[in-house]
Design a protein around this ligand. Structure first.
Ligand code: ATP
Length: 252
């Protein structure tokens, strides 16, 4: 996936400049994380990549094709739960494969695989309203993966969860990603989360957002949550915190 010279201004020529000439590439099967101060344009960038908004200038390409609208090549998991409330867990996960016209037996296999992957097989026939926040996000992840997207776009997917559930979800995503090897662009303001999950962390400047620094996370996989105690991890965290503090200081 390639984001090339993307600028985004909301409203007219005097409107808010949210993104200023942002370029980045996410390699196949790479887990790339974006962190940045509040309001720097992280969500705006993911919305553009999802095809939910148009850039003022620049292009975004997935497998060489320009993004002009939402499509099944990009799976989305956002902070607010975006499940279809009138469909069961199974039907939510089956939605993408059904739209693709896959035969019923293949759909069943795919749905069963991802239900198991996120530990929700016993809840297949429940409706979203009967699930906790963490369970809903697990369905959202299963639903996005079941569609076999080229890129998974995740915008603060665990932001609304309590810290314990958040940790559980990070572990689950680590495990699923290490098995499924998807290309992921993940936005968070949580540095631990960024370093536990990512192969690379991009730090953005305060608004208008630009890419300020790129940090490779050379922590071996499979990773456990215990990596946060290791000196290499703490050194990377300190570096990112420094970069973010500079941004916040400059902004005030
Ligand atoms: N629809 C909109 N119209 C006008 N301005 C907007 C719109 N959406 C976002 N903005 C502005 O663009 C900037 C970037 O917003 P965005 O939500 O992308 O930032 P963010 O980095 O995701 O923030 P946070 O971490 O707080 O969620 C902000 O200043 C915001 O106020």
């Amino acid at each position: 996936m390639a984001i090339e010279d993307v600028t985004l201004r909301y409203g007219d020529a005097n409107g808010v400049l949210a993104l200023d000439d942002v370029s980045l590439k996410v390699a196949k099967n790479e887990f790339c994380v974006i962190v940045g101060p509040s309001g720097c344009g992280k969500s705006s960038l993911l919305y553009l990549a999802a095809g939910l908004n148009d850039a003022t200038s620049g292009v975004i390409k997935v497998d060489g094709r320009e993004v002009i609208e939402p499509g099944p090549d990009r799976g989305m998991v956002f902070q607010s739960y975006t499940l279809f409330p009138w469909l069961t867990v199974r039907a939510n996960i089956e939605y993408g494969p059904k739209r693709k016209g896959l035969p019923a037996e293949q759909r069943r296999q795919i749905v069963d695989q991802y239900l198991n992957e996120v530990g929700l097989a016993p809840f297949a026939d429940h409706y979203p309203a009967q699930l906790s926040g963490g369970m809903k996000q697990r369905v959202a992840i299963a639903r996005a993966l079941a569609n076999d997207p080229a890129v998974l776009l995740m915008d603060e997917p665990f932001g609304a969860l309590d810290s314990q559930t958040r940790g559980t979800m990070q572990k689950l995503l680590l495990r699923v990603w290490e098995r499924q090897q998807k290309t992921v662009l993940f936005v968070t303001h949580d540095i631990d989360e960024a370093l536990v999950l990512g192969d690379r962390v991009l730090v953005m400047t305060a608004r208008p957002g630009k890419i300020k620094a790129e940090i490779k996370v050379d922590i071996p996989r499979p990773r456990s949550m215990d990596v946060i105690l290791e000196p290499d991890f703490i050194a990377l965290k300190r570096r990112i915190l420094g970069l973010l503090h500079d941004e916040i200081d400059e902004d005030h």
